[in-house]
Design a protein around this ligand. Sequence first.
Ligand code: FAD
Length: 389
Amino acid sequence: MDRRAIVVGAGLAGTAAAAALAARGWRISLIDAEPGPGQGASGNRAGVLRPLPSVDDNRLARLTRAAFRQAVDHLHALARSGAPVRWQQTGVLHLARDARHEATQQRVVAEQRPAPGEFCFVDREPASRLTGWPVSSGGWWFPGGGWVDPASLCRANLARHASAIATHFSRPVDTIAFDAGLWRACDAAGQPIGEAPVLVLANAAAARRFAVASHLPLREARGQVTHLPAAPGSPPPIVVCRLGYVTPPVDDLRCAGATFAIGDRDSGLREADQRENLARLELMLPGFRSDVDPDRLGGRVGFRPLSPDRLPMIGQIADAREATAGRPARTLDQLPRVPGLYVVDGFGARGIVWSALAGELLACQITGERLPLADELVAAVDPGRFVLR
Ligand SMILES: Cc1cc2nc3c(=O)[nH]c(=O)nc-3n(C[C@H](O)[C@H](O)[C@H](O)COP(=O)(O)OP(=O)(O)OC[C@H]3O[C@@H](n4cnc5c(N)ncnc54)[C@H](O)[C@@H]3O)c2cc1C
């Protein structure tokens, strides 16, 4: 068997997929338009790593729980292998929005009985002690959560398997084509950048530019993060969330965010968005930064790749034209698929949490191994679901 793959995109999705395949003895050509890994949505200073419980323990909650465990294991494994990631397991406090939400959070803990160390509910007083700042409600406490520098995770994914992953940076892929059992990715001059029997699209919303993937309903959500100067050791020493998030100091700056605007392509920092993030911060930590001038703050803008149902797309791409011609397929199993063409995408606001599990799942699908996720969740993230609809 020819165990070579092209991966287009070197963000969290592409580097996780490349690393998971490389770990199985595959040789990867990893291609990105940017001069290095983690420069798109995956280029923020720090983002939040934590599960996402829900009252009905829905698919998103179950997927995110499984992914969170995999992500933490992955971060530890990278450190053991000598490819450390910049991250801290500070714990994450998710403050309730109001009294009703507090009651819901308590109900979820009472009904779901999470394992010790997974999460619990803390009242306002202990929440204020954890935060080092007076807060106005209790919330869920995730002691195993924390913040992660996503670009450092991308770099570590590649460093761990450096001998198996050939990187091609500053090389935008213009076309992909399948001929005689091989995929070929070419630049705008028609020059081949990579050739392999398997091709993985991990290039966020730009995956749609290729005709075979143009049916995928990928969109973008602009997000702006605000950087706040912070003295080392100043509170809060943990990640705090409440309709947004704020991290502990990372290189003397805290990240507070983030805005969310679908279809907005403006890549410049906006003062109105800085104000929005400061308003979020005020909701989390009343009075914390009342002295700040939003004009003087830095930040970063990124574009999250989104799918309409907020679940990722992981798996082999359906042949949309074939599937809709004649008798339409009724189940995922009946869908015709494009040979050797896969996608790992649509991570939305959860790429840090989902990427390690997504990479493993994709690698198992490609190699025919037992899948690391329940069948129902594998189907929920199957990119073919959009063709059935
Ligand atoms: C403001 C903001 C806050 C966030 N906060 C969190 C958080 O707290 N927790 C969390 O889990 N997640 C968070 N996320 C989400 C997370 O960052 C994303 O889900 C993740 O980065 C998406 O990774 P990706 O690899 O799919 O996309 P990207 O990182 O954008 O990677 C796609 C890559 O494809 C390349 N590419 C595109 N087209 C081509 C082409 N034709 N040829 C070659 N290369 C190409 C691009 O250059 C890019 O490097 C946040 C995102 C944003 C924007």
